[in-house]
Design a protein around this ligand. Sequence first.
Ligand code: GLA
Length: 389
Amino acid sequence: MPINPVLADSVCHHYQHRFGSRPTLFCAPGRINLLGEHTDHNQGFVLPAAIDKEALFAIDLNHSDHFHLVSIDMNDEYSSTSTAATNKNWANYLLGVMAQVQKLGVKLPGFNLVFASDIPMGAGISSSAALECGLLYALNTLLNLNLSRKTMAKMAQTAEQEYAGVQCGIMDQFAVLHGQQGQVIRLDCRNLDYTLHPLNMASHSLVLCHSGVEHALAATGYNTRRSECQLGVDTFNKYSNKPPIAALRDLTLAHLALVKPYLSTVVLRRCTYVIEENLRVAAACEALDQGNLAKLGQLMFATHKGMSEQFEASCEELDALVNIAKTCTGVLGARIMGGGFGGCSLNLVNNLHLEAFRHEVTEHYYNKRDIEPKIIVTQPNHGARQIQR
Ligand code: GLA
């Protein structure tokens, strides 16, 4: 079932009106990340979940060599016989995964696609991964490619790197494809082994507060952060006299201290954050398994501090949102979520105080920044799938 039947009807009707036939329907969600930020590109651990905000795809093969891509949200379309990148950014996410399919040696047949999404863009909840994974999942089904979800996640990650220019890790695409209702995914980003952990939200809610600052990962510090982490690894391997490591995931704080004189203060801060964040993911899994949401909340606050002061991937608006959350009754934890430099905060809020939280955050943020934050209550949900109608 789609979460948003109105959106599902809209893409189907639009498709039938535009192309005159009945499409097949697929959906792919956005994702949240409870903990483990910027650990994926260091081969570490993350704790994401697919959510109940989705992109919907009406699609069918058209027996030609033309790809017709129609975005309802952008009120725009793109047609081509080629998967080369274009100056329409929204189309590049789709062309990126189509190119990955071609790389498998598959002759990609023409198709028509109409899509729409209720995942806010630039909010750090992976609207782009939803587009990539949704189309790839649909092509996998329509063309009987038999690709596993893991393989599709890797292909979609490569598409993002090659067509959006973000040297992203695997977390977003993996979560969008592997999500399960009511569960978070503890993913080892080195070997892609994962375990599911139940998130019992009977008494609390996960609440996203969108700062209104759209993060543009490629244009900001994401790739710089990634190279700073790599510099930490290279420096350790050059000066430590210890066996070489492949990624920051292999480093302890004690071992990092061995090469302190050779690291700039910036790189030292970045590496310390990543090592501590991996430890927080392990602690968060324990807290989840014990149903200890208070502990989880404390870890979220600690992650925010690390993202803001050590990794320097927060911004004034997100710091303001988290500081406001700290003053609200019933908030167990709050932190910037996703790649950073804008987007959303993720808050763990007692249901009894949800309405007061909504009200207070809106009022205080408006007073500080002159914009109303968009507030979204969300929960873990299924990953990309076909919708039967
Ligand atoms: C973005 C990237 C992910 C991950 C997060 C930060 O969402 O796409 O791979 O690195 O930032 O945790």
